[in-house]
Design a protein. Structure first.
Length: 272
C-alpha cells in the first residue's frame, strides 16, 4: 500500500503547488503521479503482486488516474474512515509513506499536521508527532511495517525516529517552509524506484499490537481548543490545548479526525 501525500512530492515548495484548482497544482499533479509511479515500479520489481495507492492529500483527488502505473489500483476521494491510512486493514504486507512532510511546529517544507496552519503541535503519547508518526502507529496496530518514506530531508530524519527500518528518499533539501533545493524528476524517480525495490525485503505482516494511546493537540487560538473540547472524551488542558485518550490507535485517529474537523469549522475568515 502507498499512502500518497503531496507536500513532500518532487519539486513542491509552496501553497500554490498543492492547492486544488491552481495552475501550479495542475503542473505538480503530474510530478506527484510520477513519484507514485516510480514507487509502484519499484515495489513490483521487489516482489509485490498488487499495489493499492491511497490518495492522502487535501481533496484526495489529485493523482492522475489516466497516467497511473497499470500495476496499481487507486483509492481516491474523501471521507474515508481511516483517511490517509484507508486500506491498512485490508491485508497489505507493507506501507509506503510517499510525499510526506514534517510535523506542525517544526522546520520543513510546508510542515503541518492535518490542518495547514492552525495546529501548532500534536503529541502522541507525549512525543511530538508528524502525520508519519501517527500513521506508523496505526500501521503497527495492524502489524504492517513502514517500508519507505519520501519527502524533504527533514521528513526523512523524522522517519528515522518512528520507522527505524524503513528506507528513505529525500527528494529535496529544506531551506525554509516555502523553499527547497530540489532534485529533478528523472533523478528522484530513479531513487524512489531503487529504494522501493529494496524496501520489499522488509514486507510481511506481523502480529499487530492494540494498545491505549493519548493524543494532545495545541492550536494557535483559544477558540479552536474550546470548540474541540465540546467533543465527548476531549478535555481542555490548556488555553489552546486539548487532550484525549483512546483504547486503540484506530479509535485515537478517528477522534483526532473529529477534533480537526470541528476546529476547522470554528475558524472565521482572516482571523482564523
Amino acid at each position: 500500500m502507498i499512502s500518497a501525500d503531496m507536500e513532500g512530492a518532487t519539486g513542491v515548495t509552496w501553497t500554490g503547488d498543492v492547492v486544488p484548482g491552481t495552475e501550479q497544482w495542475q503542473r505538480f499533479r503530474r510530478l506527484f503521479t510520477a513519484d507514485v509511479n516510480a514507487c509502484v515500479t519499484g515495489l513490483l520489481a521487489g516482489g509485490a503482486t498488487e499495489v493499492l495507492v491511497n490518495e492522502a492529500h487535501s481533496s484526495q483527488r489529485n493523482l492522475l488516474l489516466e497516467d497511473l502505473h497499470h500495476g496499481a489500483r487507486l483509492l481516491t476521494g474523501r471521507h474515508k474512515p481511516l483517511s490517509m491510512m484507508q486500506g491498512i486493514d485490508s491485508g497489505v504486507d507493507g506501507v509506503v509513506f510517499l510525499g510526506y512532510h514534517t510535523a506542525a511546529g517544526t522546520r520543513g517544507v510546508l510542515a503541518h499536521t492535518y490542518m495547514e496552519n492552525s495546529i501548532t503541535g500534536v503529541w502522541l503519547d507525549g512525543v511530538l508527532a508528524s502525520e508519519g508518526r501517527l500513521n506508523a502507529a496505526l500501521a503497527a496496530e495492524h502489524g504492517v511495517p513502514v517500508l519507505l518514506v519520501t519527502g524533504d530531508d527533514l521528513t526523512c530524519a523524522d522517519a528515522a525516529s518512528y520507522a527505524t527500518t524503513a528506507w528513505t528518499v529525500a527528494v529535496k533539501e529544506c531551506v525554509s517552509r516555502y523553499a527547497a533545493v530540489c532534485l529533478p524528476p528523472a533523478v528522484t524517480s530513479s531513487q524512489i524506484t531503487e529504494a522501493s525495490t529494496a524496501s520489499m525485503a522488509s514486507a510481511g505482516r506481523t502480529e499487530g499490537v492494540v494498545a491505549h494511546h493519548r493524543i494532545e493537540v495545541e492550536f494557535d487560538a483559544s477558540h479552536l481548543a474550546d470548540a474541540a473540547a465540546v467533543v465527548p472524551t476531549v478535555e481542555l488542558i490548556g488555553v489552546r490545548r486539548v487532550g484525549f485518550d483512546a483504547v486503540s490507535m484506530t479509535e485515537a485517529m478517528k477522534a483526532f479526525k473529529v477534533v480537526t474537523h470541528i476546529a476547522g469549522a470554528a475558524m472565521e475568515d482572516v482571523y482564523g
